[in-house]
Design a protein around this ligand. Structure first.
Ligand SMILES: C[S@@+](CC[C@H](N)C(=O)[O-])C[C@H]1O[C@@H](n2cnc3c(N)ncnc32)[C@H](O)[C@@H]1O
Length: 208
């Protein structure tokens, strides 16, 4: 049976839940990426954005919010509506698309972005799909741009492999949460030239 992702989001009601603490770690990396973004427009893409809490709560108080042009992609209509409602109060331009985030065509016109969020995905797709998604990162991320990502640390811990896949794609680590945290959050910068988006591809399939 498919997972109830609206129910999953109720975990954010408890500020000490694992996902709430993970959210704060993600938001710290988003804040740092926005602080460091070059002057002018800041393109942002969020895959499987859920309610968009990570980005939207940071934008609510970030001095660069008015420079942000974001595309959030979320399949669930209830969550997409919540993200739209939260975004409506911001000075940023935020487009919430209710669509399949795994399809590369969904990102036409929004990439390469300065900030790319892969949050809440890598615990729900196969290792092969994670590798495929990371290999495509240079198509999503502008040169010098940042990917913020998450993955749980349960055994077998895939984070070391994820770091290797980022390195192979030309990304350097900016931050990786400590191994003993009960979540995994990282930020990687694209040190390469980037690559045009290859259309017509599926990057991953959610396993539940
Ligand atoms: C673990 S939640 C993460 C939500 C958000 N990124 C966060 O970290 O709070 C996974 C999200 O992916 C969405 N999702 C699952 N498959 C998807 C797909 N193929 N395209 C877009 N969204 C999808 C679910 O509806 C859910 O909101």
């Amino acid at each position: 049976m498919a997972r109830d992702w609206v129910d999953w989001h109720t975990g954010y009601a408890d500020p000490e839940s694992t996902i709430s603490r993970r959210l704060r770690a993600v938001q710290e990396q988003i804040r740092l990426a926005l602080d460091a973004a070059p002057p002018g427009r800041i393109g942002v893409v969020s895959m499987c954005a859920g309610e968009g809490r990570d980005l939207l709560e940071v934008l609510a108080e970030h001095p660069r919010a008015a420079d942000v042009d974001a595309r959030l992609v979320e399949l669930d209509p209830v969550l997409a509506d919540r993200a739209r409602a939260a975004a409506s109060a911001l000075p940023s331009r935020v487009e919430v698309i209710q669509s399949d985030a795994a399809l590369t065509d969904t990102y036409t016109g929004a990439v390469p972005a300065q900030l790319v969020l892969f949050c809440g995905i890598f615990g729900n797709i196969s290792d092969a799909d994670i590798a495929t998604t990371l290999a495509a990162s240079p198509e999503f991320t502008a040169p010098g741009g940042v990917v913020v990502w998450t993955r749980h640390r349960r055994e077998p811990d895939l984070v070391p492999q994820i770091l290797d896949w980022f390195a192979a794609a030309g990304f350097e680590p900016l931050s990786v949460s400590p191994p003993d945290a009960d979540y995994g959050v990282g930020a990687h910068r694209n040190t390469g030239p980037g690559r045009p988006l290859a259309l017509g591809r599926r990057l991953f399939t959610f396993q539940r």
